[in-house]
Write a protein that binds this ligand. Structure first.
Ligand SMILES: Nc1ncnc2c1ncn2[C@@H]1O[C@H](COP(=O)(O)OP(=O)(O)O)[C@@H](O)[C@H]1O
Ligand SMILES: [Mg+2]
Length: 335
């Protein structure tokens, strides 16, 4: 079953590389039509490399002098290329391959001598095996699609800055968090606030940005997570252990909407405690969002859980404030 899944995923990776190869050829043709000089430069580069390699094969001693010479020539030609691209309104990286995963270049494997699965491949296997992670929104909800204008430019009660300014500050703070990830001092982030304030959107932004850095991320609603754990523990102890192992292992676990899970007495409490505790002990990152207030969390979960979540030496508590964006959106549509 798992072999089949891996085979299918690798086939998809192959297709991805092939599509990008074709797309790159198209981009090259487009550039050559608009900037004929570019083609000459490219040929110069290829000739240069050909000559240098021939020289080295004939006289291996030349490697020490040829390589630095070649490198400096290539650098000059590349700079010329980049200038031409920019002068003609193309992005500087227009002629570079675009990989979904820059780490393994969409091959699924890393390492020169000993090949290991890239994190992106492990992540895919995880998603396809357990149908557990909800990643589909990440293409539409990320830092690139973040729209500050959706937030009202008025100060929520008790705040000196507007909701928009507040969210822009938060965005900066989280961009910085992603920048230094995984070396953050605080490994847990808890978003609190009423519904419709942008918590899920922001979790998705962070999830996508961290995945793009090559780390494994699992994003799931609390409801689905604890349902899966509950039913798999009824069905088969081994399966629930494997599931828990994945939940312990993934670089970032994101639990959206804590508090919406079905209450099953000790089951949920135990699982939640185990997940939080294990991940904190192994210094893994866990991000959560909830509509519950801190007092509600205290009421609903055990002291052990609350003390883990509210330990501000490891948790960044972030409050979302202001007006419900869904209501604003609706009133804009009807007015
Ligand atoms: N930064 C943002 N840019 C664009 N749209 C946003 C942003 N934040 C939230 N939204 C939109 O506002 C609505 C509510 O956001 P959501 O993240 O679901 O709120 P919450 O999780 O706090 O209930 C959604 O339709 C979402 O797409
Ligand atoms: Mg939400």
């Amino acid at each position: 079953m798992k072999d089949r899944i891996i085979k299918d995923i690798l086939k998809e990776y192959d297709e991805l590389r092939l599509r990008e190869k074709e797309a790159l050829i198209k981009r090259e043709e487009e550039v050559y039509t608009k900037i004929p000089e570019m083609k000459t430069l490219r040929h110069e580069l290829i000739d240069l490399m050909g000559t240098a390699y021939r020289d080295i094969i004939h006289d291996p001693q030349k490697v020490t002098s040829t390589i630095p010479y070649l490198e400096s020539k290539v650098k000059t030609l590349r700079e010329k290329e980049e200038k031409l691209l920019l002068d003609h309104g193309f992005p500087i990286d227009y002629l570079l391959p675009r990989y979904r995963c820059p780490i393994c270049k969409d091959t699924g494997y890393v390492g020169d001598m000993i090949k290991e699965r890239c994190k992106c491949l492990n992540q895919r296997i995880l998603i396809d095996t357990y149908h557990l992670s909800d990643m589909q929104d990440l293409n539409t909800q990320n830092f690139d699609t973040f729209d500050a204008n959706i937030f009202p430019n008025i100060c929520p009660e008790g705040s000196k800055i507007t909701q928009r300014e507040y969210m822009l500050n938060l965005k900066d703070l989280l961009l910085n968090y992603v920048d230094i990830f995984p070396n953050n001092e605080k490994k847990t982030i808890l978003f609190t606030g009423k519904t419709g304030l942008g918590k899920t959107f922001m979790l998705n932004c962070v999830a996508k940005a961290i995945m793009d850095k090559g780390y494994t991320v699992m994003r799931i609603t609390s409801y689905k997570l604890f349902d899966r754990l509950f039913y798999s523990s009824l069905k088969d102890k081994d399966e629930s252990m494997t599931l828990l192992t994945y939940l312990f292992d993934v670089d970032v676990l994101i639990i959206d909407d804590l508090g919406t899970e079905t209450r099953r007495n000790n089951y949920t409490q135990e699982d939640l405690f185990n997940i939080l505790n294990e991940r904190m002990l192994t210094e893994k990152h866990t991000f959560l969002s909830t509509n519950l207030s801190l007092a509600d969390i205290q009421d609903r979960y055990s002291d052990r859980i609350a003390s883990r979540l509210f330990d501000t030496s490891n948790t960044m508590l972030i409050k979302f404030i202001g007006q419900d964006l869904r209501i604003i959106k609706k009133s804009r549509q009807t007015s």
